[in-house]
Design a protein around this ligand. Structure first.
Ligand SMILES: C[S@@+](CC[C@H](N)C(=O)[O-])C[C@H]1O[C@@H](n2cnc3c(N)ncnc32)[C@H](O)[C@@H]1O
Length: 287
């Protein structure tokens, strides 16, 4: 038996040396995962100087080593938290990010102005995070979602099943999806791939573990896929309908400018995320 607090302290030190951004939280989260406990409960156990058995310690050490090799924390625990949901994630799917949560806030604002049972489409759904959060937080919405990658689609399907939320999930290309909804959608949401080709992410968790199809937006500026998705959104939305699209912090001005240039959008503005960085473009379909 070993003191849980010593075990966590040693792991946090190792993760710090490996360059992990939040070593203590990750060390606690992994031990909570091994012990099948909530993190808050684990923190109480650390204060009470609880002990860890040898088998649990061995399992924990394996996970800490994997985390030190910069495997994403969420791949090791098998879950990612997004809004009120706990979603299943792993190899083959983009891990949903906290900065995307602001897009859901903006979606709920947009839905306040829509009808009784608004039609919502999530283009490029990945794990299903955005679509499922809207279905969870706006239960009268009729939510549809599409994903190109078979691997990611399988994770999204597992999340739809596990949450039992009502989302019409499809496998396909966002730029031609939902032909039967043309001109009938109230709100289109998208966090598409948008990283420019030359800007390979520095963090190994992202660079080596998020699928390339989820990261790189194509074209010189990474906006090829986002603009194709926006063009489809313009076809799907009712006049006055709202598009909300996430982008890189450096793309705020360019995306606003390029959407305005299409003539399809009446009111285009950019919104910051919780850290104040440009993050989501909101555009209203011209009437
Ligand atoms: C940045 S990830 C975002 C996933 C999810 N929306 C989220 O916020 O967690 C982009 C997703 O778009 C998918 N994707 C890329 N190109 C696509 C396309 N043409 N049509 C549909 N999905 C696409 C990728 O496979 C990936 O799952």
């Amino acid at each position: 038996m070993r003191a849980a607090s010593d075990v966590v302290r040693a792991a946090a030190r190792e993760l710090t040396e490996a360059g992990v951004a939040s070593p203590r939280v990750d060390a606690e989260t992994l031990l909570a995962h091994v012990l099948g406990r909530e993190v808050a409960d684990l923190r109480r156990a650390l204060l009470l100087d609880e002990q860890v058995g040898e088998a649990e310690h061995t399992a924990y050490r394996q996970l800490v080593e994997q985390r030190a090799s910069r495997m994403p924390l969420q791949h090791l625990t098998g879950v990612a938290h997004f809004r009120r949901l706990t979603l299943r994630v792993g190899p083959g799917v983009f891990v949903p990010r906290p900065e995307t949560e602001v897009l859901v806030d903006l979606a709920l604002d947009a839905l306040r102005g829509a009808g009784e049972s608004p039609v919502v489409v999530d283009l490029c759904t990945g794990s299903g995070a955005i679509a499922l959060a809207v279905a969870d937080e706006w239960p009268t919405a009729r939510v549809h979602a599409v994903e190109l990658s078979e691997d990611a689609h399988a994770w999204a399907a597992a999340n739809v099943a596990a949450t039992a939320l009502s989302v019409d999930l499809r496998l396909g290309d966002a730029s031609s999806a939902f032909e039967e909804l043309r001109g009938r959608v109230d709100v289109v949401l998208s966090n598409p791939p948008y990283i420019p080709p030359g800007s390979v992410p520095v963090d190994p968790e992202v660079r080596d573990h998020d699928p390339e199809v989820a990261l790189y937006g194509g074209g010189e500026d990474g906006l090829a896929v986002p603009l194709a998705v926006a063009a489809r959104a313009a076809e799907l939305l009712v006049p006055g309908g709202v598009l909300l699209m996430e982008h890189a912090d450096v793309q705020g001005e360019a995306l606003v400018r390029r959407l305005r240039a299409t003539g399809a959008w009446g009111d285009v503005a950019d919104h910051p995320d919780l850290t104040g960085l440009p993050r989501v473009t909101r555009a209203v379909r011209a009437r």
